[in-house]
Design a protein around this ligand. Structure first.
Ligand code: MSP
Length: 503
């Protein structure tokens, strides 16, 4: 199986916040899971540079757009690195390979013999925040509901894409592929937008110079979305390796704010240019902080790198996957972060590893014998549940299945009370079986949780002196091997004072 997953490419008009980290983390969890299954994977993320709002921020700072984006791109490249994301490539839309591909892509549509691209004058309200035209009825009191700003009147002779001609073809695609967009309510939203009738849209800008020149009319540049969406294909054409044939079509991850561009415009553009539409799109919800949209002007931006500095990347990944059911909107607070860190990571999982390793060290001199009991968790059931849930992008549900196993192992410690068994020489075989089942369950849990906690999982295996492989078929009974030299493990999630997080 091939699995090519993308995140949106983020606008570089400011530095990353936790909302951007959220999508990148979710994507990395899914890709790591597919790698565990032995799939051939490609994971793409990157940045969207040719936006008018980027050019404006550059001008405010007295820089050319290119000087500005060259300066800020490092902060965006640092994001996946610090999150421990395993992207195969990081695209910048200012890459020469991308710009060339966008020109070829647009030329293919221009030349497709269906007059899909034509010239017209457009006049309308343009929201720079959205980088999109707005109809009167999309505005609330004359303002963009997403950005709270008044749009600007824009009137230009531009090149247009005949989206209206693709209505029937898109509806057919949606009918043939009932899981084309997930979750179901987002599929319905996209489909009813298409049913409502599609308007052609302008794919060029006459008054801007920051962007990819239109090949047949170099006085105009491509509209930022006509440039940005193409990244999902272009990256495959120049990232090292023969990737285009191998990995297209893609699975796209995005939030609801850019649903129409991805679920409607993009498949139509692809078909017009002679490419296959995406394989699937998953549209997740919004993280809100203290019930409010994350935004610079509200001053509630959480910098993911600050959280990583204090708690580590695994804790940030865990919180993002666990705190809000993936697909839904959710409110988050920093208190919930500390609370989950203490209760679930440090207590449930960290203590379990410490106790298990300490008991093997103490009662069996660090030796784990191959003496299985009845088994402490249903590891095969867990593996099936993970596959089933993650095939539906349910990263929160899959993590919950893992956590139930963690809790069951903790209960098992209490119920079997190895410290009592250790006092009674007649119960030596029983103690061996209990310790084996705990270690065995922990190994399966470590492999299962590795897409979420990629730093912690190998440490658990190492603490139990087990081989490091993370293949999903190790989520089964009797995955633990006999081992020696097991010592009490140092805490996986050391105590963090809430005050150091706020600082
Ligand atoms: N540049 C465009 C995307 C072009 S893709 C061809 C863009 N960039 S963006 O910087 O605004 O990023 C939007 C995306 O960032 C969302 O779709 C989502 O993936 C992520 N998020 C930004 N804020 C978010 C939250 N508060 N919550 C969840 N995800 C968020 O749109």
């Amino acid at each position: 199986m091939r699995f090519y997953l993308t995140t949106p490419i983020y606008y570089v008009n400011s530095t990353p916040h936790i909302g951007h980290a959220y999508t990148t983390i979710a994507a990395d969890i899914l890709v790591r899971h597919h790698r565990q299954r032995g799939d051939d994977t490609f994971f793409l993320t990157g940045v969207d540079e040719h936006a008018d709002k980027v050019a404006r921020v550059a001008a405010d700072q007295g820089l050319t757009p290119r000087e500005y984006t060259d300066a800020i791109v490092g902060a965006w490249q640092e994001l996946p690195r610090r999150l421990n994301a395993t992207n195969d490539f990081f695209i910048r839309t200012s890459d020469e390979g991308h710009k060339r591909f966008v020109q070829e892509f647009l030329q293919r549509i221009f030349d497709n013999g269906r007059e899909d691209i034509y010239q017209d004058v457009y006049a309308g309200w343009y929201c720079v925040g959205c980088e999109a035209f707005k109809t009167e009825d999309e505005l609330v009191d004359g303002r963009c509901p997403d950005h709270g700003t008044e749009p600007e009147w824009l009137e230009e002779r531009n090149w247009f894409f005949r989206l209206s001609a693709y209505q029937d073809e898109l509806l057919r695609l949606y009918d043939e592929r009932p899981h084309f967009v997930l979750p179901q309510f987002r599929y319905n939203e996209a489909r009813s937008f298409i049913e409502g009738g599609l308007r052609d849209f302008s794919i060029s800008r006459a008054t801007q110079t920051w962007g990819v020149p239109i090949p047949w009319d170099p006085d105009q540049v491509a509209y930022v979305w006509a440039d940005a969406l193409v990244n999902y294909l272009s990256a495959l054409s120049y990232a090292p390796g023969e990737n285009l044939q191998r990995f297209w079509p893609a699975t796209h991850l995005l939030a609801k704010d850019i649903l129409r561009f991805h679920c409607v415009y993009w498949p139509a553009l692809l078909v017009a240019a002679g490419y296959e539409p995406p394989r699937q799109l998953f549209v997740h919800g919004y993280l809100n902080i203290d019930q409010q949209k994350i935004s610079k002007s509200l001053g509630n931006v959480i910098d993911p790198l600050d959280l990583i500095d204090v708690y580590g990347a695994d804790a940030v990944r865990f919180w993002c996957a666990r705190q809000v059911s993936f697909g839904q909107d959710g409110n988050v607070t920093l208190d919930s972060f500390q609370e989950r860190y203490d209760r679930e990571l440090a207590n449930d999982l960290g203590n379990l590893v410490s106790r298990t390793s300490a008991m093997i060290a103490r009662y069996r001199d660090g030796t784990l014998k191959d003496t299985p009991g009845p088994g402490a968790i249903d590891a095969e059931g867990l593996r099936g549940a993970l596959v089933e849930r993650l095939d539906r992008f349910d990263i929160t549900g899959a993590l919950d299945e893992i956590w139930q196993a963690v809790r069951r192992l903790n209960q098992q410690v209490e119920v079997s009370a190895p410290w009592e068994l250790a006092k009674d020489g007649a119960k030596a075989a029983e103690l061996d079986a209990v310790l084996y089942d705990l270690a065995d369950g922990l190994c399966a849990v470590a492999v299962a949780v590795s897409p979420y906690l990629p730093e912690t999982a190998p440490r658990i295996l190492e603490a139990l002196r087990q081989p490091p492989g993370l293949s999903l078929d190790r989520v089964r009974r009797r995955t633990a091997e006999a081992a020696e030299g097991i010592e009490p493990a140092s805490p996986l999630f050391p105590r963090v004072e809430a005050s150091s997080a706020a600082a």
